[in-house]
Write a protein that binds this ligand. Structure first.
Ligand code: ADP
Ligand code: MG
Length: 481
């Protein structure tokens, strides 16, 4: 049977506010347990929540970035459930009137096609605390530092049709929230988590199949792997004539499989009702418009500008604008070196290679964008050639100094003295009489190929320091003469 995969994602992005959604406690990561808390976060009866306006502004920014309707009246609701790390017995969330309504995102795929993913809604809600098991033999520790941390839950339509599309969509959301500066995007610390809803249906069938929800997948790679393994599992069941049970599952990266966690609850199990402690949020049009006007350049806009302003290919522009940090790095290096194409090639080539080797992000690069720009300007002004520049870059990466210091210290400056170059070429000619004779006896189009041999010899003699632009004409002159 031919199956079609149907996926809808719920992404929780932790908003980068300094204080919590409903209290003045700090949101910083890694503090001593239960120190980033107030009576509100601890769920003390009678403690009243105070809404954080900064979270509102961030949610509205996001709404604009995904072409969504903004909820001009949004309402907080209580989602009731019992869990030790939720002392109030309810999570304050939004149900019928979310801050962000329906929108969409055009997602570029690796093969160059674009697929539109509908955004159902995005709502504000508070995070719960954390249960700790490791250091507590036979007991559970409760840390409420994360309690009431602001989250934006971004719900997609079931428009996604493959693991690759899902990852491309999540990467795009990641890039948007980090461009906007509303989330630090640190998936390892849980600042962005993803629930994957997945079902299969026979190709051509209109109706959706029964889905499962894989909770809290926290890396791009795990999203992809969790999807593959869940497709496999559902397919096995369906092809054996079985039925999928609607349930919540967990992905175990060690075993590369999903496991049942609990049967799926319905919205009415939570007995949602409007929170009596918080007034509805009513927005003025001018507030919404001002936020729209002040939106920073977004990834797709930046990619388009790179294409137009710097004449870069669509692919290069896409790669260089994939994160704001990378885009900024590239633009600085391009400006300092005054050679955009060279800067683009180096950022995507040498710099990315070193970053990947050490598994670090571009903002942790030991070579700053300015320093790279200066190195590239030494290629531009013929102080060194491209090959030597790679050696210099490696030294810079290892902290041996600036490009100029290293070029100086190691005597890497190109030979640009034409007299010296001519002498070197004459030496090569004298040492290779047979090749010279053969060259002189050849047709012009064959000569072009043979010149590479002499070029190589000259470069070898100069230890790579002869300026190729100067060598070529002199070499031609002496060989032909
Ligand atoms: P809930 O609130 O119970 O989690 P929703 O109906 O709001 O359920 O849907 C949550 C997510 O599940 C959405 O992203 C939606 O696109 C997705 N979804 C809904 N039905 C299906 C389905 N049959 N297959 C795959 N994904 C689905
Ligand atoms: Mg859900």
């Amino acid at each position: 049977m031919n199956w079609e995969v149907v996926i809808g994602l719920e992404i929780h992005a932790q908003l980068a506010t300094k204080s919590k959604l409903f209290s003045g406690a700090a949101t910083s990561f890694g503090a001593e347990p239960n120190t980033n808390t107030t009576l509100v976060d601890l769920g003390m009866p009678g403690a009243l929540p105070v809404f954080n306006k900064e979270a509102l502004r961030m949610a509205v920014m996001f709404g604009h970035a995904v072409n969504a309707e903004i909820g001009m009246t949004s309402v907080f609701a209580r989602k009731n459930y019992f869990y030790p790390d939720l002392p109030k017995g309810y999570q304050t969330s939004q149900m019928d009137h979310p801050i962000v309504g329906s929108g969409h995102l055009d997602v570029a795929l690796e093969d160059g096609t674009v697929t539109r993913v509908g955004i159902t809604r995005a709502h504000l809600e508070e995070d719960a605390g954390k249960s700790l098991h490791e250091d507590f033999q036979g007991m559970t520790g409760i840390d409420l530092n994360r309690s009431s941390t602001p989250l934006l839950e971004i719900v997609s339509e079931p428009d996604i049709r493959s693991a690759k599309e899902a990852v491309a969509y999540v990467k795009m959301i990641h890039s948007i929230v980090t461009y906007l500066g509303i989330c630090d995007g640190n998936m390892a610390e849980g600042s962005m988590r993803c629930d994957v809803n997945l079902s299969l249906r026979p190709k051509g069938q209109q109706e959706y199949g029964t889905r499962t929800e894989i909770k809290n997948v926290n890396s791009f790679r795990f999203i992809e792997k969790a999807i593959y393994s869940e497709i496999e599992r559902q397919m096995d069941i369906l092809e054996d004539g079985g039925k999928i049970v609607q349930e919540t599952r967990l992905y175990d990266p060690d075993k590369d499989e999903t496991r049942s966690m609990r049967s799926k609850e319905d919205a009415n199990d939570y007995r949602y009702f409007p929170c009596p402690d918080l007034l509805p949020i009513i927005l003025e049009q001018s507030y919404v418009d001002d936020i729209k006007a002040s939106l920073p350049e977004l990834p797709t806009q930046k990619a388009k500008r790179f294409e137009e302003e710097y004449s870069l290919s669509e692919y290069d522009s896409g790669v260089l604008s994939s994160s704001r940090a990378m885009a900024d790095y590239f633009e600085i290096a391009a400006k300092v070196s005054k050679n955009t194409k060279l800067a683009a090639n180096w950022v995507m080539g040498e710099v990315s290679k070193f970053l990947n080797q050490e598994n670090i992000e571009i903002n942790q690069s030991p070579v700053s964008a300015d320093a790279l720009g200066l190195l590239l300007s030494r290629i531009e002004d013929n102080t060194i050639n491209g090959k030597t520049a790679k050696d210099v870059f490696q030294c810079m990466w290892l902290g041996e100094g600036s490009a100029d210091e290293i070029i100086d210290k190691k005597g890497l400056k190109q030979v640009t003295d034409t007299g010296a170059i001519e002498a070197m070429i004459q030496g090569v000619i004298d040492a290779n009489p047979a090749q010279v004779e053969q060259f002189r006896a050849s047709e012009p189009d064959k000569r072009k190929k043979m010149i590479g041999f002499f070029m190589g010899q000259v470069m070898k003699a100069s230890q790579g320091k002869a300026n190729p632009g100067l060598v070529t004409p002199i070499l031609n002159k002496l060989l032909n003469g």
